[in-house]
Ligand binder design. Structure first.
Ligand SMILES: Cc1cc2nc3c(=O)[nH]c(=O)nc-3n(C[C@H](O)[C@H](O)[C@H](O)COP(=O)(O)OP(=O)(O)OC[C@H]3O[C@@H](n4cnc5c(N)ncnc54)[C@H](O)[C@@H]3O)c2cc1C
Length: 412
């Protein structure tokens, strides 16, 4: 079977589905290929930055998501049992000051549902891109895919790789990238929320020496726990048994000691995240553009992956619409993709730099390092201006009053 369309998006995650929706709303025909047959992913991006909440509102999706997310009101960091940093998001005077916890299946289902009502939107689930098609000039002209109905070719003027942190399309196109591993990996698990002990509107970060844990309230009635292990250290930890995992958590959150022993009975109740960032010097080649994690994988700190995936999509869509309106030549689409990269790159770099600074603070060990870290957090925490300045890099890049907001067009 051959499908002809204007844009073929590989990957129906937050980046791919938001882009497809925005293109279809602009009457640009789009086909999304998603390898998975469903949206049920656990241990994926659920923390959504205030900027993306603001965008989802402008995209008309917040109402659709009503009841599917929880607003978070504050962030609290404690080091060796003492609170050293506290930010109240209500102190920020932005249209949407609160990050939200929004499970990815809920977000993806809402995007797919909004797209399903549009004649230019087509989502093929259970469809895996397996190869690239090229035109006579060497430009990417679509993909070959394996679907439940057999081999399919999707021919398109523009192919978009939105296939995530291990992007196969990026690989197949031979696009250069640099993977920068961080010093640690993270183990994720979910536990029942300890109501009575904790309020469920606070992001908690707990640090002890060179160990840290993130404790994120999540729907329904759970807490998502992520704690660091040395890079590649999972095998050693597994050899030591689940007792080693329980003890790690005891150290950071004794409130969860009972729950972790009741709920985590095997390693399959946990998920390991290999932490790295990816830097891709050129996000586009003729006929192909990368977006989301495929263009710039980030770390889990301050929930930036979904944020940049959504902003990428909303930035690229009007540029593609314009290039298509001018005939959709390979050259025009490549220029649009290059403008897209220029518009997005600095913002991604700013979030990455903030994450790497934070990661370095987490890894400080020894009395001097830990004392310095505590002092730094305390100094920042004591100044609302500094708190705002630090968090702005992750949370409020779009909502700053001024030109950027006006420039961000969304097609509703
Ligand atoms: C454990 C974990 C926790 C995280 N926590 C957060 C968080 O709290 N907040 C946050 O903002 N970010 C978080 N992230 C990162 C976040 O999930 C990603 O940044 C975000 O999902 C990126 O969106 P994307 O659309 O670019 O890629 P993805 O969400 O990875 O979507 C890519 C899609 O492409 C599909 N695909 C892959 N290959 C093919 C193929 N060949 N053909 C067809 N389809 C294909 C995949 O099935 C997938 O659905 C977390 C990530 C992990 C792994």
């Amino acid at each position: 079977m051959t499908i002809q369309t204007s844009v073929c998006v590989v990957g129906g995650g937050p980046a791919g589905l938001t882009l497809a929706l925005e293109l279809a709303r602009r009457s640009v025909p789009v086909v999304v290929l998603e390898a998975s047959g469903h949206f049920n992913r656990s241990f994926r991006g659920e923390s959504v930055s205030p900027d993306s909440v603001w965008l989802l509102d402008r995209l008309g999706l917040l109402d659709r998501l009503d009841g599917g997310y929880v607003q978070m009101h504050r962030m609290e960091i404690s080091d060796s049992g003492h609170t050293v940093f506290r930010a109240e998001f209500s102190d920020f005077r932005y249209p949407h000051p609160f990050p939200v916890e929004l499970p990815q299946p809920t977000l993806l289902a809402a995007l797919a549902e909004a797209g399903a009502g549009l004649s230019d939107f087509r989502l093929l689930q259970g469809a895996t891109a397996t190869g690239l098609l090229y035109d006579g000039e060497g430009a990417v002209a679509g993909v070959r895919a394996r679907t439940s109905e057999g081999e399919t070719e999707v021919r398109a003027m523009l192919t978009v790789a939105a296939d995530g942190r291990f992007s196969k399309v990026r690989e197949m196109a031979g696009i250069e990238y640099r993977k920068v591993p961080l010093e640690r990996d993270v183990i994720w698990l979910k536990l029942p929320f300890p109501y009575g002990e904790w309020d469920d509107r606070t992001y908690r970060v707990r640090i002890r020496g060179d160990q840290h844990g993130l404790f994120i309230p999540t729907r329904p009635d759970s807490v998502r726990v992520g704690f660091n292990i040395p890079k590649g250290g999972l095998r050693e930890m597994r050899q030591r048994g689940l007792g080693a995992l329980y003890e790690r958590l005891d150290l950071l959150a004794p409130e969860l000691s009972g729950a972790v022993r009741d709920e985590v009975r095997s390693w399959s109740d946990t998920s390991m995240l290999d932490i790295f960032t990816t830097v891709v010097p050129r996000w586009a080649v003729p006929g192909l553009t990368l977006i989301g994690d495929a263009a710039h994988t980030l770390t889990p700190i301050l929930g930036q992956g979904v944020n940049h995936a959504i902003i990428d999509a909303v930035t690229l869509a009007p540029l593609v619409e314009k290039a298509m309106g001018e005939g959709g030549s390979t050259g025009a689409l490549l220029s649009a993709s290059e403008v897209f990269q220029r518009e997005r790159e600095a913002s991604v770099a700013r979030s990455r730099a903030l994450q790497l600074r934070q990661e370095r603070l987490f890894t400080l060990d020894g009395a001097v390092g830990a004392a310095w870290r505590r002092s730094l957090y305390r100094v920042v925490s004591s100044s609302p201006w500094l708190v705002r300045k630090v968090l702005a890099g992750a949370y409020f890049q779009l909502q700053e009053p001024g030109e950027r907001v006006a420039k961000m067009q969304v097609g509703m």
